[in-house]
Ligand binder design. Structure first.
Ligand code: 1PR
Length: 523
């Protein structure tokens, strides 16, 4: 039996699911005594260091944890569960760590996008039982803005490169901890978890030993979900956001089944967008929560969910905060939430007042779950103008002139699934969201959506050059070559597609194979 330390933030469900999928039972820590009596303790963590340490203190888990570690009992820390082992963190100067290992946790000091999100490799520094049956060139899923800096080089198990080389796993006797998320790292991650649970005492050195590693470009499958006119929850797909054909909502399959198929076919991430979430209330729209629960039981890559994440008052006058809505999604298996319409309202208010309210959905969710868990979904549409200073917006010169021969355009933000245009451009929205603490931008494009004509590279370059957080290029993918184009002509960290995958026009594997040698991918 595995004992799991859940301190109440983030997606612990997926760690439980991953362990259970290996045929093991999980007991969740309910009292300090459960820690002391654990046979094998897993401590997963997401969110913020300060918040984590505060909860560990409040629950009186600090001393039993220290005693467990000091007794050199089997321990697997994941992400913040690794950070907790150190003395302190730049993420929260006043919070003290467990101090089991000497050293601190530092923020990435790189010119690249932070958080470091995605699949990266391991440069193995010493043998370990964790490596049984691994080749050594596998990639694992990372999502973090801070990394550990141990004083003792002897504890370094693996390093990973992102701007520079950082410590991505430690080992000290039976105590191991990883910066990456094995529970979100597909088959390789499950193998590593299984090794923690079952491998004997023999330490292994994988066949392939890399000195340096590279972050892969991510290929994301997106499922737009809604209820059709018969009341069935279906994956649909729009043409420039129009999901109806001959009056009926297009039905391209069942969300749970499709997600499972994309996982098996090698998707690096799966995104669900509840596209009518802006008018429904997600906590009443239980099917989406159920979709997440079922999907996370056997899909071990990151899951993002969007649609309807905002403050809400129900018919009985009870108010729910966006944080409560998001928490329900995290508890059901989501790793990230995506905010669409509400992000526009938040940034409009922020720009008007010139100050952060501190309690917007973006700020509140990032504070508890970390910036990396907050994705902003932008739904922009091109608006052509004759002159660059025709409007007080971020205007670009375009190689694709407008209907009246205009050589300039700006990208107008829309809300409610493209139904309503706002007086805000996509670049300003992305910048505002980054300032408020968002961790990633999902950049759709209404003009390209469902057209199979390729990504809007001009839009992607305009937004990507304005922010330092990762950008997901979305809308318009029609063939494998469009992915090569987006990764060679923009700095986007990942690319998302829907229609071509749903209609089996191009397989995810074909996309990845065509990128080999052109861009780093997880194959
Ligand atoms: O506003 O917070 O409730 O979130 C609603 C979410 O639903 C937003 O993320 C918004 O983008 C999405 N959405 C709303 N209406 C539609 C629609 O299609 N009618 N879908 C919609 C957005 C766009 C992409 C799509 C890509 C790739 N779908 O996610 O998957 O364009 O498509 P392609 O590869 O086939 O071209 P809120």
């Amino acid at each position: 039996m595995i004992t799991l330390l859940d301190y109440g933030a983030g997606n612990v469900r997926s760690v439980i699911n991953a362990i259970e999928s290996l045929g093991e039972t999980v007991r969740v820590v309910a009292t300090a005594e459960d820690i002391l009596s654990a046979e094998k303790l897993v401590f997963p963590g997401v969110g913020a260091f300060g918040n984590m340490m505060e909860i560990l203190h409040r629950k009186a888990y600090i001393s039993p944890l220290k005693a467990y570690l000091a007794a050199q009992r089997p321990f697997l820390g994941i992400c913040l569960g690794l950070h907790a082992l150190f003395e302190s963190s730049e993420e929260a100067f006043t919070a003290e760590g467990l101090g089991f290992l000497k050293g601190t946790v530092k923020r990435f000091d790189v010119t690249r996008a932070v958080p470091h999100i995605g699949w990266n490799g391991l440069a193995i520094q010493q043998p370990s039982r964790l490596f049984k049956d691994l080749r050594g060139d596998e990639k694992f899923y990372f999502v973090h803005s801070y990394h550990v800096a141990p004083e003792d080089p002897e504890v370094v198990l693996t390093t990973t490169d992102y701007g520079y080389s950082f410590v991505s796993a430690i080992q000290q006797g039976p105590i191991v901890a990883t910066q990456f998320h094995p529970e979100k790292s597909g088959r390789s991650g499950l193998k590593l978890l299984e090794n923690f649970i079952r491998a004997g005492n023999t330490a292994h050195v994988p066949e392939i030993r890399r000195c340096h590693t590279r972050l892969a470009k991510r290929i994301i499958a997106c499922l737009d979900v809604r209820t059709n006119d018969r009341g069935d929850l279906v994956v649909t797909k729009g043409d420039q956001y129009d999901v109806r054909e001959a009056g009926e909502v297009r039905n391209l399959g069942q969300p749970v089944e499709l997600a499972r198929r994309y996982y098996q076919e090698g998707a690096d991430e799966i995104t669900f967008l509840n596209i009518t979430g802006f008018r429904d209330f997600p906590l009443e729209d239980m099917p989406m929560l159920e979709v997440l629960r079922q999907t996370s039981r056997n899909v071990f890559v990151p899951l993002t969910i969007g649609g309807g994440i905002r403050n809400y008052t129900d018919v009985n006058g009870r108010s729910y905060s966006a944080l409560e809505v998001a928490s329900e999604y995290f508890r059901s298996g989501a790793d990230k939430i995506s905010i669409g319409s509400d992000a526009v309202a938040i940034v409009e208010a922020y720009r008007k007042s010139g100050r952060k309210s501190g309690d917007s959905a973006i700020e509140a969710i990032a504070r508890v779950y970390g910036s990396q868990a907050v994705v902003i979904s932008i739904d922009p549409r091109r608006v052509y103008v004759h002159e660059p200073d025709a409007v007080p917006h971020h205007v670009i010169e375009t190689a694709f002139p407008g209907p009246e021969g205009q050589h300039y355009c700006w990208y107008q933000c829309t809300v409610k699934g493209g139904r309503e245009g706002r007086d805000l451009d996509a670049v300003s929205l992305a910048r505002g969201c980054e300032a408020l603490g968002a961790g990633e931008i999902l950049l759709n494009c209404i003009d390209r959506d469902g057209t199979n004509t390729g990504f809007d590279l001009e839009l992607i370059n305009a937004v990507k050059s304005a922010v330092s957080i990762p950008v997901i290029a979305s809308s318009g993918a029609g063939c494998a070559d469009h992915f090569r184009e987006v990764f060679s002509q923009t700095e986007a960290e990942s690319a998302l597609a829907a229609g071509i995958f749903h209609r089996r026009e191009v397989a995810i594997e074909t996309v990845k194979q065509s990128l080999v040698g052109q861009a780093e991918v997880r194959v």
